[in-house]
Ligand binder design. Sequence first.
Ligand SMILES: [Zn+2]
Length: 180
Amino acid sequence: MKSRGRAISFLDSGPSANLPAMDYLWTPWRYAYVSSTEKAGGCVFCDAPKEKDDAKVFIVHRGQHCFVILNAFPYTPGHLMIVPYAHLDELQKLATEAANEMMRLSQKMESVLRELYRPDGINLGMNIGKAAGAGIAGHIHMHVLPRWIADANFVSVIGETRILPETLAETWKRMKALLG
Ligand SMILES: [Zn+2]
């Protein structure tokens, strides 16, 4: 992880100064994704909604334009992604209705994460393009994940090993129960 520990300017003050850089924050999962995607020759975000069994691919919600799926390589428990069905590589290409739904779902999933995990904060963001750290650069997606005051320190200590207190299957069940 070559970017480990590098800080970016807006985090360089106050109590957050020891948080890892955003590129580090957003990239722990990208290597596994990139290798698995390139091997398959397809797009995981186009393929996932084709699966009939949502529990198998960890889709927690299907909207009209976007679906919500758990990150298979979560940075924290509850780490999910809001993904348009359309295979688009830039946010500006996304139709207005789909973009609106993406933001509505971001609000919805924020409330779900707050209820399930009682986090101290929420990270919400997109990496658009490989240079920005996107694992699946061809298909835009919004990351939403709960954060706690101590988790950055925890991650910096254990490096690339992410120890999660619950399995993806458990996360999926708990989230589905709330979403109905
Ligand atoms: Zn795609």
